[in-house]
Write a protein that binds this ligand. Structure first.
Ligand code: FAD
Ligand code: NAI
Length: 475
């Protein structure tokens, strides 16, 4: 064994790399093992999020939104664009550069915080009186000792049975972000977060996009008033979303993919696409971890089984992020990483699952925190509702984006904010105020009495809070 560490983190995604940095800040000797390779076989730290998730998808969403504005909304501003054309190569290059900056940024942070990085696959080799031996295979070959192990091995795209990803015609998020030419006809199976974000990118760039969703309701986990508004707006943009479908067969040909499905009326349909994105959820990744070598317990769905503190069944082995229960979000993984490092240090790290924000980066964006109206109804909680449309917000008019609304749900008796839901411009940024308010257990009256800058989109938040007591001023 060449080296012993207080903490060894397996996986360098947002959960793992943040856990490693926090543990190093707390004075531990720390190693992080990550196997992701860039195009040249070198390390590419940052996990799914940096390489084929959050970061590249937001880069393409931004570029495609600029393209759409240049083609459709600039004229209204008095800006005439002639000879507009798409340079997809350059768009993809820009995306790749942003990913690389993030990869390098994590490596830099490891150096700064004295985290030892091992490029390769980490697997449990043995447990002994001192802790665990972790074998590293790949670019780095080593066996390292660990008093504490944090498993942060993330997740992989779930394939549709009988239709494996080939990343040429049948695409996971990986292939969906790397398409080299705009497909004429793009099929998307699953109208979830990835389906809507990636469907939006390729529609804006010119593809004819059809989204096939199994559930009869659109975005069932989202507050249904917000989801209905979003459905209306996406349909108007040209994203064709079919709900309540049953996929019967997916057959990849030489140049296209045929999808046979039954629609919500029970009619058999056949559609042929140039490319098909399958975005029907993700599965925890424990491939190659050799948890069985030390008796690491998985739950019935393949997640590493953990308690509320991210402790596994093994002493001093922790697991965080997508590989454990809870929402598959980068910021949830990061919060768990920090909390676990602090628990190892004997502190009281804490993650409040009730205040984890969700954002869907479509246009308009959708964001929320806390309970939906349908959840409050199911739980029999007495609540008040306040909504405010961006149509009545001066900044939204100046931006030229007046779609959507802010919605507050507050306890009918205490006025405590129970949930905030937004569909509209910059919803991803606006939700932060609601997260802070809910973390401090604020009431809607608190937000209603706080001065918000004019003209700003955040005034819609204040007005929705005022609307809880039916006293909004501008609507
Ligand atoms: P991961 O990021 O998956 O990282 C795990 C790392 O561990 C990987 O680098 C992997 O190579 C490595 N690894 C696995 N096994 C081993 C092993 N045995 N040895 C060594 N290394 C190993 N979330 C958001 O919050 N916001 C977004 O906007 C967002 N957009 C997304 C867009 C897409 C297209 C996708 C697919 C996901 C998106 N997500 C987003 C979700 C987000 O990417 C994940 O929640 C997040 O990456 C989970 O972090 P993690 O650290 O748990 O795992
Ligand atoms: P998802 O869970 O968001 O959506 C999957 C959708 O596919 C659901 O609506 C489901 O009903 C549908 N579906 C499942 N099986 C189906 C079938 N056989 N036929 C048709 N429809 C079917 O999963 P998605 O979009 O794959 O994303 C995975 C996760 O990645 C998200 O849940 C989220 O945690 C994370 N993510 C987060 C983003 C963000 O924060 N902005 C962006 C992208 C992904």
């Amino acid at each position: 064994m060449s080296k012993n560490f207080d903490v060894v983190v397996i996986g360098g995604g947002p959960g793992g790399y943040v856990a490693a940095i926090r543990a190093a800040q707390l004075g531990f000797s720390v190693a992080c093992i990550d196997e992701w390779k860039d195009g040249k076989g070198g390390p590419a730290l940052g996990g799914t999020c940096t390489n084929i998730g959050c970061i590249p998808s937001k880069a393409l969403l931004q570029s495609s939104e600029h393209y759409e504005h240049a083609g459709h909304t600039f004229a209204e501003h008095g800006i005439d664009v002639k000879g507009l054309s798409l340079n997809l190569d350059q768009m993809q290059k820009r995306k790749a550069n942003i990913v690389k900056q993030n990869n390098d940024g994590v490596l830099y942070l490891f150096k700064k915080n004295k985290v030892s990085f091992f490029h390769g696959r980490g697997s449990f080799a043995a447990a002994d009186a001192n802790g665990y031996q972790i074998k590293v295979t790949g670019a780095a070959e080593d066996t390292i000792g660990a008093k504490h192990v944090i498993v942060a091995t993330g997740s992989n795209a779930r394939p549709l049975p009988g239709a494996d990803f080939d990343e040429k015609l049948i695409l996971s998020n990986d292939g969906a972000l790397a398409v080299g030419a705009v497909p004429k006809k793009l099929g998307v199976i699953g109208a979830g977060v990835i389906g809507l974000e990636m469907g939006s990118v390729w529609r804006r760039l010119g593809a004819d996009v059809i989204v096939l969703e199994a559930l009869p309701v659109f975005l069932g986990a989202v507050d249904q008033q917000i989801a209905k508004e979003a459905h209306k707006l996406f349909t108007k943009q040209g994203l064709a979303i079919s709900l309540g479908v049953k996929i019967n067969a997916v057959t990849a040909g030489k140049k296209d993919v045929t999808v046979e499905y039954t629609d919500d009326k029970g009619t058999a349909q056949t559609a042929v696409f140039d490319k098909l994105i399958v975005s029907i959820g993700r599965v925890p990744n424990t491939i190659g971890l050799s948890g069985e070598a030390v008796g690491l317990k998985l739950d019935e769905r393949g997640f590493v089984a953990v308690d509320a503190d991210c402790k596994t069944n093994l002493p001093n082995v922790w697991a965080i992020g997508d590989v454990v229960r809870g929402p598959m979000l980068a910021h949830k993984a990061e919060e768990e990483g920090v909390a676990v490092a602090e628990r190892i240090a004997g502190q009281h790290g804490h993650v409040n699952f009730n205040t984890i924000p969700w954002v869907i980066y479509t246009s308009p964006e959708i964001s929320w925190v806390g309970q939906t109206e349908q959840q409050l109804k199911e739980q029999g909680v007495a609540y008040k509702v306040g909504t405010f449309p961006f149509m009545a917000n001066g900044r939204a008019r100046a931006l030229g984006d007046t779609s959507g609304m802010v919605k507050f749900l507050a306890d009918a008796n205490s006025d405590e904010i129970l949930g905030v839901h937004i569909v509209g411009p910059m919803a991803s940024e606006l939700i932060a105020e609601a997260v802070v308010a809910m973390e401090f257990r604020a009431s809607s009256e608190d937000i209603a009495r706080i001065c918000h800058a004019h003209p700003s989109l955040s005034e819609a938040t204040k007005e929705a809070a005022l609307a809880v007591d039916k006293r909004s001023l501008n609507f």
